[in-house]
Design a protein around this ligand. Sequence first.
Ligand code: ADP
Length: 407
Amino acid sequence: MKVLVVNCGSSSTKYTLFEMESEKKIAWGIVECIGLSEAYYKRQTSDAKEKKTSIKVTNHTEAVELIIEDLLDKKTGSIANIDEIAVVGHRIVHGGDKFSKSVLVTKEVKKGLKECFSIAPLHTPAHYAGILAVEKMLPGIPSVLVFDTAFHQTMPDYAYMYALPYEYYEKHHIRKYGFHGTSHNYVSQRAAAMLRKSLSELKLITAHLGNGSSITAIEKGKVIDTSMGFTPLQGVMMGTRCGDIDPAIIAYIIKKYPRYKNDDDLNTLMNKESGLLGISGLSGDMRTTIKASAEGNKKAKLAFEMLCYSIKKYISAYCGILNGIDGLVFTAGIGENSMAVREKICANLHALGIEMDAKKNNEPSVEERFVSTANSKVKIMIIPTNEELMIARESKVCLHASAQTDE
Ligand code: ADP
C-alpha cells in the first residue's frame, strides 16, 4: 500500500511517497519559491537518485500537477498508475476548533476548511489549492487532512482560553490552538516505545525546537498545555519570532514608530525581524548564532542565552503543571542537533529530576537515544521527528476507519 503525503506551505510544496508495509520512503521532493523567478523542483528517490531543475510554477495547483506528473513519468517515475496510491495525506497547519482529528476529505470538510482561511491566511488557501489539484490529478483517490492543531485539542479550557472578554472567543474563536501537533504526537509515541511503557502511564514534555519552536505538556497521551497559541508566534523565543512579550509593547511601538502603519507591518516585526535575528542583528539561524557567540559576539551570546532561558522556563512550568514528569524529549533541527542548546536548557534542573549526561549529550548521532544520567528521575531523549510518516500513518488509519463505517 502506497501513501502520498503532500505539504503545501506558504511558498513551497513538499511531498513524500511511502510504501506503508515497510514505512520506507520511495520518493520525496519539493517545489520551492512558488510564484518567483527562482522557482525550482528537487526530487529524490530511495535509490539515491537526485534531480534538481529550475521551473516556472505560478501557484500550488501547478506545483502539485508537476509533482504527480513526475511521479508518473514513464522513465524516471515511481508509480506506473495512479491506482497504486491508496490515499493522499495533506498536512494542514490550522484546523481551528472545527477539526480535532484527521478527517477524510468530503464536501463538508472542504467547506469547514474554507472557514479556517481567515485564521491562517498564509497557509490554508495553499492547502486548499493543493487538495483541489490532487482531486483533479488523482480522481477517485481519497484524501485525508492531518492537522497540526488537532493533537492539542485535548487541552482543558482553562489552558486554552485567553483572559480577554469572552465574546472574542465566541465570535472570533480567539483561543490557544497550539502547533507542531503532528511532531509532538509522533515523538511522544516514540518516547513511550523507548521507555517501554504505554502512553497512558506517562507524563512527558516534548520540545520541538526548530526555526519555529514549541513545548508541549502531555499526560496519558493527551496534551495538557502547549506554548504556541492562537498563532505560532506565542511561546518561547525563536529564530525570527519574538515569542512571549508584554502585549502592551505593541501599542507603545505604534506610538513611537510611525512607520508601523498596519497589522502586516507589526506581524512582520514580530514574526520575521525578532527572535535570534532581532537580538543579534546577525541571523535567525541557530548555527550562525552559536558560531558568532563562540567568536565573541556579545549580542549573539545574549540571543543564545535568552532563547535557552525561555525554553527552560516553559519546561519548568510544565513540570509543575504535570506534578513531575517521566520523560523530556528534544526534537527538530535545534533539538536534535544542538548539544549546546540542550546542555544549557538542562543545566541546574536537578530539583525537577532532570539530569543530563554531558558525554552522551555530546556524542553525535542521528538515532533516537537517551542522554540522561543513570540516576536521572526524568529520562531525557533525543528523537528525530518524522511528521511525514505520522501523516502517512494517520491517513492510512483514517482510510481504514472510513472503510469500516461504510461496510
Ligand atoms: P523548521 O522549523 O523550518 O522546520 P528545522 O527544524 O529544520 O526548522 O530547524 C532549523 C534550525 O535548526 C536552524 O536554526 C538551524 O541552525 C538549527 N540547526 C540545525 N543543525 C544544527 C546544529 N548542528 N547545531 C545547532 N543548530 C542547528
